[in-house]
Design a protein around this ligand. Structure first.
Ligand SMILES: [Mg+2]
Ligand SMILES: [Zn+2]
Length: 197
């Protein structure tokens, strides 16, 4: 039985389609649209001592759609939005690569584009995490797979690409290790006993 009073040490969160609407190669901080309920729940997790880590594939860099400074500007805006609520994102990790990318530096294979585990390894090292005490959440199976392999509790949302990926989940050997929830805000259900109003 799961102990619903046990808060995770950290939540490793996909960005597009999970925390904010997936704008397909978001390149402008004014186009950020938070998914309902995400900001206030991020604040509550922060205030309860849960580290929030954003882990995102940003192949638009490798495709020459935008530069790394654009990704960092967007992450700065996300942090500003959360701090205005009284929350804090502990760290951001992004993969700028893509195997078919045209960018001379970021095109090609890497060990960080999810489902590769590179960003997870860095987050675990940087924040001294115990994977079994962490949660991972995303709208695509590739967001979850590195976390599942490391023993994290996994949640698949129905926002973003989540509905399609819920169908794909039924073909996976690890399906019983994934909890499907409507939206990020429903994580509250799994933490409610420990979060104060
Ligand atoms: Mg996503
Ligand atoms: Zn990468």
């Amino acid at each position: 039985m799961m102990d619903i009073s046990a808060l995770p040490q950290a939540i490793l969160c996909d960005r597009d389609g999970t925390l904010i609407e997936d704008e397909h190669f978001l390149n402008d901080p004014t186009k950020i649209r938070w998914i309902d309920g995400v900001k206030s729940l991020l604040k509550r997790f922060h205030q309860a001592g849960v580290k929030i880590l954003v882990i995102t594939n940003q192949s638009g860099v490798a495709r020459d759609y935008f530069g790394t400074e654009t990704v960092e500007t967007i992450h700065g805006q996300l942090q500003t939005d959360i701090r205005e609520m009284g929350g804090e994102i502990a760290d951001f990790y992004y993969c700028p690569h893509h195997p078919d990318g045209t960018h001379p530096v970021y095109g090609g294979l890497c060990n960080c584009r999810k489902p590769a585990p590179g960003m997870f390894f860095n987050a675990i090292k940087d924040h001294q995490l115990t994977p079994e005490l962490c949660w991972v959440i995303g709208d695509r199976l590739r967001d979850l797979e590195p976390g599942i392999a490391l023993g994290m509790r996994a949640f698949l949302v129905q926002t973003g690409a989540g509905k399609d990926h819920t169908k794909l989940l039924s073909e996976q050997a690890y399906q019983t290790q994934v909890t499907v929830i409507p939206s990020f805000r429903n994580l509250l259900t799994f933490a409610v006993a420990s979060l104060s109003e």
